[in-house]
Design a protein around this ligand. Structure first.
Ligand SMILES: [Zn+2]
Length: 123
């Protein structure tokens, strides 16, 4: 497979992905802490009073946090996959058509797995 970009470009994307991974991991750790707090407060509320008026609010907060957590997890998975592609040399190659993904697109979205044409067609 032909090189998709210069080693310098690849290094730049790798550095960016590593920074994003560190950031996502930190946010995950923070959310885990917050989730534990919500979980603890929630089980207290359930134990104290089944009809606690705070109940629905807690449930809403819970589901919002769960949604955010799922987003961060999927972002982290995207970053891990991109780093894996850097390691195996397939980074920057469209997973659908095998053509190069434009560097400008990767600049905007370093975890992109599809070229812009395929992303438009499949997305
Ligand atoms: Zn493509």
């Amino acid at each position: 497979m032909a090189a998709t970009m210069t080693p310098a470009q690849l290094e730049r994307f790798e550095a960016r992905l590593l920074a994003e991974r560190a950031d996502a991991r930190q946010r995950l750790a923070e959310f885990d802490d917050a989730m534990s707090a919500v979980r603890a407060a929630r089980s207290d509320a359930t134990a104290d009073d089944e009809h606690d008026p705070e109940g629905p609010t807690m449930t809403q907060e819970w589901s919002q946090r769960t949604a955010v957590l799922a987003d961060v997890r999927s972002e982290l998975a995207d970053v891990e996959r991109a780093l894996g592609r850097i390691a195996d040399g397939s980074y920057g190659v469209c997973g659908n058509c095998g053509r190069r993904i434009a560097v400008a697109r990767l600049d905007a979205r370093p975890t992109a797995e599809l070229c812009i044409d395929c992303a438009r067609r499949l997305g």
